[in-house]
Design a protein around this ligand. Structure first.
Ligand code: GDP
Ligand code: MG
Length: 692
């Protein structure tokens, strides 16, 4: 019992030859097989491994043979104990044959030395009376048959032909259950054939090998014919499921040398792939990847144990689901680790350089990892789980992509604004050009970076985001243009004021009936020039028709107001009174030749005074209203002309009035007082001249 527990290494401690008990005496499957397969270095072997098992009575040298063939480390019962068990009991031949049944207590597995072969050996206690516990042996035989590529059937020469001898009877049961469980699967081609390799031990040579082979084949055929088969498999032949091979080994003790050399010959057939009678034919392979063997065998054991009528494809599918899920989650967790590294930068608003390349790499890596390990499993399941994995990958990547786009949008817009601001510094810029260039660069940078972030195979798109960016860029550009237009209109207005100043001063200083004609003529000329200046610039700005209408209206109104301000300046009380006084003086104090008058007592001061005063007072109505003689020069500003640049109320006709009536009266009376002063002064001067 002590031997059957734990990892016994027979003094060899290297992991590659470690044994493992895959099924213990409580018929439980080990949870450690996957780990062990990894320790054997076979985890990544894929399909590049073989599985062989042995079947036969207790103490027929099974373990001895396996150890010699594969360099395994299975326990071999020593000679003395063997003598005590079978031979020591001094049984009759018949009894000996019946007792050869092994009460299985466990199944062991070992890796072949320097070969990718997993070898299964059954371990049993000493033979007991038949019938006591056939359950385990039947199950272990069935298990070996269903899971291995080659089943070595080990028997003594003298057991051949003894149908009643336990082995053949056992085979019958095993065939029967095997057919019931896996027969259908085998027909559909999903469960491969198995080789039954009969090894006849202690072949002395009395009966030629050919005869033994004939006997065994006949026995097997008879067994097969008498099987209780499922109806739909009634016509199936033994050869539909099994290949048979036969070999004999000489007596281990009596012909020790020949025994050794024959064992070596047999070993070559397991090892040498190019050998003509190479035993591990691809057709026997169960097509279970090495990393799935543990799970697969456990499933078979479970099926055998519970004798459930399950199909192997289902079993393979279950295995595939389990393994593909496992492989997928490993791939996914590595992937998530990588993707996490860029989550924070993206969330913090950064545009991560080369994000697309990174995402594509993570994704490809994850898929490659998955494909490498999972593609060997059931194709349908593999494909389905791959699609699921892909969906998970893309679900993780999608927020990164969208975040990148959003951040890109923001930074592009900021860069665009900055470029415009920088471009509009100084005086020598071309506004339209600055905007055009910045716009182009913005779209280019966005498109390039967005395209880089794309991952092939997804339905991600960036075009909508670009459209929305373009819209915002357009809005910023519009705002800039409006600001720029305002600046331009202000500049034109300033210039207009400068140009209008002198001509208006001149015109209003000489009060003539057509005074307003020249004021308005000048106004129109300068305004026309200003409008031309505006339109030339506005065209280069790409201003809209509507913007031009608004700006021109504003310009006209401001020009008019500038003119009015100039007129107000020239007609303010001191200015207008000065003008009136000058006009009066010219007429009253100077004669028609411009010579100052010296009043004499006989002069008609009163008439002269009245004439000069009346003529001067006529000027007041002339100044009081902007009204040209030539009516074509009349200027009207549509009062509804909206000026978005200022919000003041504006009543154009009112602006034509320079002086109100009250103002006119006030000015008249002020002027009269001034004039009266001149009259008094003139009178006094005559009195003075008389007094002299
Ligand atoms: P197992 O129970 O079938 O695994 O048998 P073992 O390999 O443990 O061997 C049982 C005994 O049979 C040991 O004492 C071996 O030395 C002996 N033995 C092994 N091979 C042969 C053989 O080919 N012929 C004979 N006569 N004895 C053998
Ligand atoms: Mg053994």
């Amino acid at each position: 019992k002590a031997l059957a527990n734990g990892h016994l290494t027979n003094g060899i401690s290297s992991a590659s030859t470690e044994r493992i008990q895959i099924i213990n005496d409580e018929k439980a499957f080990t949870p450690d097989l996957t780990t062990q397969i990894e320790r054997w270095g076979l985890r990544d072997a894929g399909f590049n491994y073989n599985l062989v098992a042995v079947f036969g009575s207790q103490s027929t040298g099974k373990s001895t043979l396996l150890n010699k063939l594969f360099g395994t480390t299975f326990d071999v019962m020593d000679e003395t104990r063997r003598q005590q068990t079978t031979k020591g009991k001094n049984l009759s031949f018949r009894e000996a044959c019946e007792i050869v049944l092994t009460e299985i207590t466990g199944i062991w597995m070992c890796r072949g030395k320097d070969m990718n072969v997993m070898v299964m050996d059954v371990e049993g206690t000493d033979g007991r009376e038949r019938g006591e516990d056939q359950d385990f042996e039947r199950k272990s035989a069935l298990f070996s048959l269903a899971s291995s590529e080659i089943l070595i059937v080990n028997l003594w020469e003298h057991q051949v032909g003894l149908y009643q001898g336990a082995n053949m009877g056992l085979l019958k049961t095993v065939f029967e259950v095997n057919l019931g469980l896996f027969g259908k699967a085998a027909l559909s081609g999903t469960h491969s054939r198995t080789l039954l390799l009969f090894v006849i031990r202690d072949h002395i040579g009395q009966t030629p090998m050919a005869n033994l082979q004939t006997t065994l084949t006949a026995d097997l055929t008879r067994i097969w014919e008498n099987l209780a088969k499922p109806t739909e498999l009634q016509d199936r032949k033994l050869t539909d499921y099994f290949d048979l091979a036969f070999t004999a080994l000489p007596h281990k003790i009596l012909s020790a040398d020949k025994f050794e050399s024959e064992v070596i010959n047999l070993r070559t057939r397991f090892v040498n792939k190019s050998s003509e009678d190479y035993l591990f034919k691809p057709a026997y392979h169960k097509r279970i990847p090495a990393d799935g063997v543990a799970f697969y065998m456990e499933g078979i054991w479970d099926q055998v144990q519970t004798n459930k009528d399950l199909d192997l494809p289902t079993q393979q599918e279950l295995l595939a689901q389990f393994r593909c899920d496992e492989i997928s989650s490993v791939a996914l967790s590595e992937f998530n680790e990588q993707a996490k590294s860029q989550k924070r930068p993206v969330e913090s608003g950064r545009v991560v350089e080369g994000l697309g390349a990174m995402m594509r790499n993570w994704r490809t890596d994850a898929l490659t990892r998955y494909d490498r390990d999972a593609s060997r499993y059931h194709k349908g399941v593999y494909g389905r789980k791959r699609a699921e994995l892909l969906a998970s990958l893309d679900t993780t990547l999608s927020p990164l992509f969208l975040g990148q786009l959003k951040n890109l949008h923001k930074t592009c817009l900021v860069a665009f604004k900055k470029e415009i601001l920088d471009g509009l510094r100084g005086d020598s810029y071309n506004f339209a050009e600055v905007v055009y260039k910045a716009q182009g660069r913005c779209v280019e940078v966005f498109s390039e970076t967005a395209q880089e972030a794309l991952v092939q195979g997804t339905e991600w798109a960036w075009e909508d985001e670009l459209e929305s960016l373009k819209e915002e860029v357009r809005a910023v550009a519009d705002q800039c243009r409006q600001d720029e237009t305002k600046k331009m209109v202000n500049l034109i207005e300033k210039n207009f004021k400068k140009l209008i100043s002198e001509p208006v001063d001149l015109a209003l200083n000489k009060a003539k009936p057509d005074m307003w004609d020249s004021v308005l003529r000048t106004f129109k000329e300068i305004l026309e020039k200003s409008e031309t200046t505006y339109l030339a610039k506005a065209t280069s700005f790409n201003c809209t028709e509507e913007e031009n209408i608004t700006s021109l209206a504003a310009l006209r109104k401001r020009a008019w107001l500038a003119l009015r301000a100039k007129i107000d300046e020239q007609t303010a009380d001191p200015a207008i009174l000065g003008k009136l006084r000058a006009h009066f003086e010219e007429r009253f104090r100077y004669d028609e030749h411009g010579v100052p008058r010296v009043w004499k007592p006989e002069d008609d001061i009163d008439s002269a005074f009245k004439k000069a005063k009346d003529e001067t007072l006529e000027l007041v109505p002339l100044y009081s209203k902007i009204s040209p003689v030539d009516s074509t020069l009349e200027y009207t500003l549509p009062s509804e002309a909206t000026d978005t640049l200022s919000s003041e109320e504006f009543d154009f006709p009112a602006t034509l009035i320079v002086f109100t009536e009250t103002k006119t009266l006030e000015l008249t009376s002020k002027f009269r007082r001034d004039a009266d002063a001149y009259y008094v002064e003139a009178k006094r001067s005559t009195v003075a001249s008389i007094a002299q």
